[in-house]
Structure formats: structure tokens, C-alpha cells
Design a protein around this ligand. Structure first.
Ligand SMILES: [Zn+2]
Length: 254
């Protein structure tokens, strides 16, 4: 037994009676669309009410499905990103014009106007990546700056100044005056690889190139694991993308 109703904001909704159901269930996917399954004794009107109660959630899922289908975006309204300190979520709202950042206690909400913001647009994706990059930058200032200070002291490899940049293609650089710039994208790496990048740049304070002597020093500072870390880093990218970045593997590589 089933009935199809049309809800203007979301389109067709299939309501199915299922003798095995004890309560109302709502699902949405690309193939079947919106389906509500209800117990035998339940009225179709109740299913409709249930859909209206969950309409914001449904709309958000529909946008996410469209975005995924057209394969044009890496961030969708259903994206959740976990950083070391925050949970970043998108929150649909009718009043917000564009993106606003709310730094909560441990969560960051990126509000968007569900009618005006099209997640498939390239500039929207860029803005989201920028917001996340800013959050990584904030975290990197708190985590990476003290970390390089400590490693520099332990290894006796002094540097001039370290800043956190937003370099999208490199993890870090060290100039002729031993100023080090580290990418905020480091916050997408496990702890031991963050240390590895720091060590790599600190070794450039002694050797400006990637000569044999340079690699010898890096290897010495990483307890003979340069190749291992170098191979591991190849599986990561500096490009900002959704993920779970709460991990810390082996805590550090010193
Ligand atoms: Zn290098």
C-alpha cells in the first residue's frame, strides 16, 4: 500500500504502509527520493505532518544529493569537518545572507541562506575552503608555533621567525634569513608528520638545498625515519577538504 503526495518545496513524497513498522520512518536518497514508511494503523495525513516537521533537514539533504550527483563540489550542506578542537557544520537559515562564522565552545557553525547560496558554485566552494583554512590557521598558531619552538630547542637548530601561511601547494618554506613559513594545512596531518615537516624546515637552516648533507641531517633528527615519513606525507595533500582531523598518531616523531 502506498500513496504519492506532492510537497511544493521538495517535490514527490512516497508514503508506504509497512506492517513491520512500529513508528514513522523518513528516508531520502538519490534513487528513490523521499520515502516515508508508516505503520499499518497510521494515517497518511500523519506521514505528511511528519515530512513538514523534518522539511529543513530534507531540503538540506536534497541540496547535498544534487551537489554530489553533479560532482561539482567537495563541500555540501551535509559536510561535517572535525578539526583538533572544533566540529565544523553547515547550518541552513533563511535570514542569513551569506556565510557567518559562529565560534561556539567546540563547534563552528557556517550559516548559509538556503535559498541564496548555491553549493555547486565554484566561488561558494572557495569561500568555504577559506573559512576552514582560517580555522586551521587559528589552530596552527596555537599548536604549531609552540611546537617548532620546542623542536628547535631540542635539536639545537635555531630559526629566525615562524609564521603560519595559507600556502596551498607547500607544507612549509625556509628562506635565506631562516624565516620559516608553515602552511595552515598542517592541521590536516597527524602529529608525527607535523613534526616531520617542522624538522625538514629546521634542517634548511643549516642546508638551503636538498643535498645529501641535508637528508643526512633530517634522517639523524628523525631517528632514521626520513624515508618512512617522506613516503607517508605523499599520501596527504595541502588542499583543504572535508575530513576527520582529530587524530594524533604516535604523538610525535622525536
Ligand atoms: Zn625542503
Amino acid at each position: 500500500m502506498q500513496k504519492i503526495i506532492v510537497i511544493p518545496e521538495i517535490g514527490n513524497v512516497v508514503i508506504k504502509k509497512n506492517p513491520n513498522n512500529k513508528k514513522i520512518r523518513l528516508s531520502i536518497n538519490e534513487k528513490r527520493g523521499v520515502v516515508v514508511t508508516i505503520p499499518l494503523f497510521c494515517k497518511y495525513e500523519e506521514a505528511e505532518k511528519f515530512v513538514y516537521k523534518n522539511i529543513e533537514w530534507l531540503k538540506m539533504q536534497q541540496v547535498a544529493i544534487n551537489v554530489k550527483k553533479n560532482n561539482t563540489a567537495i563541500f555540501t550542506p551535509a559536510t561535517i569537518i572535525y578539526t583538533r578542537k572544533f566540529e565544523i557544520k553547515f547550518v541552513a537559515s533563511i535570514t542569513v545572507k551569506f556565510f557567518t562564522l559562529n565560534f561556539g565552545f567546540s563547534s563552528v557553525k557556517i550559516n548559509y541562506n538556503m535559498f541564496a547560496v548555491n553549493f555547486e558554485k565554484e566561488n561558494v566552494q572557495k569561500i568555504i575552503a577559506k573559512i576552514i583554512s582560517d580555522i586551521f590557521q587559528k589552530e596552527a598558531r596555537e599548536y604549531v608555533i609552540p611546537r617548532i619552538k620546542k623542536i628547535s630547542e631540542v635539536l639545537n637548530l635555531p630559526y629566525n621567525k615562524c609564521t603560519i601561511g595559507t600556502a596551498k601547494t607547500r607544507w612549509g618554506t625556509c628562506d635565506s634569513k631562516n624565516n620559516i613559513i608553515l602552511s595552515s594545512s598542517l592541521m590536516m596531518l597527524p602529529d608525527n608528520l607535523i613534526d616531520f615537516i617542522i624538522i625538514h624546515e629546521l634542517c634548511h637552516t643549516k642546508h638551503k638545498n636538498h643535498s645529501q648533507d641535508f637528508h643526512k641531517l633530517v634522517n639523524l633528527c628523525t631517528d632514521g625515519k626520513e624515508t618512512k615519513f617522506q613516503n607517508a606525507i605523499k599520501t596527504y595533500s595541502t588542499k583543504i577538504k572535508p575530513g576527520d582531523y582529530r587524530y594524533n598518531i604516535d604523538s610525535n616523531c622525536l
